[in-house]
Design a protein around this ligand. Sequence first.
Ligand SMILES: O=C(O)CCC(=O)C(=O)O
Ligand SMILES: [Fe+2]
Length: 356
Amino acid sequence: MGALSDSSRNHIIPLDFASVQTVPESHVWSESDDEYRCPPGVRSGTADPCLSVPVINLWDPNASELIFEACEKWGVFQLTGHGIPAKLMEEVESKTQRLFSLPVDQKLKVLRSPGGGTGYGRAVISPFFPKHMWHEGFTIRGPPADHAKQLWPHDFEEFCETMDDYQKQMKALIEQLIHIILKSLNINPQQLNWLKSHCSGHETSTTPGTALQLNSYPPCPNPNRTMGLAQHTDTSLITILQAQTSGLQIFRDDVGWISVQPVRGALTVNIGDFLHVLSNGRIVSVLHRVVVNPVQRFSVAYFYAPPSDFVVSPLLSKALGDSGQGTVARYRTVTAKEFIDMKGKHLDRALSLIKT
Ligand SMILES: O=C(O)CCC(=O)C(=O)O
Ligand SMILES: [Fe+2]
């Protein structure tokens, strides 16, 4: 491997967390990094501890209204009654733990390649921040067999089966949620004609773009001076997160950072940029980050985006018109791929770059 690719590799390799006793300077987020810890003009620290993200049961007769209200006000909610078997959620969690518990030289066998979309490595948003994050990740797109065979040559099938099953169930749940939200917006779901397209496991320009992101936030000797995952919005229509431990915080303009206290068995549903644009800004694309605990934390995020060729623009409807937001498109038209590329170059400034 040449010198150039070695240095790009180094930008992807996470710290060997097991071998450090103190937090290295490269991972210390100080007061002067506050502009990265907090949106401009807002004090760091957390908001009213009594304020909490809505918890919605999908079986509630008013679930559709409650979901839409949460999307407009919060851009995030915890979902119970979602129908994902507890056993599958436990298996995904334990296989995630097993992966991150491997010795570092094993994990490096499946290192993400520079510019690549799958494998082990630092958060892809890392280059936008001055300090490194207390985090290691593993990204899966479609069947993870190639990487799993490298990690566990003799028993890779179980990992693949669990992750495949989970991805299928997440996809179906997100499509159900998108239907509910489009109905509330009075938008005909046929405008998104790829919804419920058959999942062959292989993505094309006409199938939804999906990814499963396994995250580990290792135990930290000085959690107050580190950042698990710096603030960002997701480049998805919807992201579904599974995590048993606290650490996720979401930002609300009117109150600041709020911790999401995981409800047992619930999944956290985050609205991403694409749904924000399709709703002409009516639905919030939630800004979020992860703070570090003294104990290790794992999370699993499933991202669902439109097909790369899909032309994304506000779907104006009477419902939007009624609120005065429907008559003028607040975002210009871009393909999903163009927007993803803009996000890769500009991160959270990408949305403002497509504002009309
Ligand atoms: O770990 C979490 O709770 C959040 C992860 C996340 O935001 C992401 O992977 O985009
Ligand atoms: Fe995220």
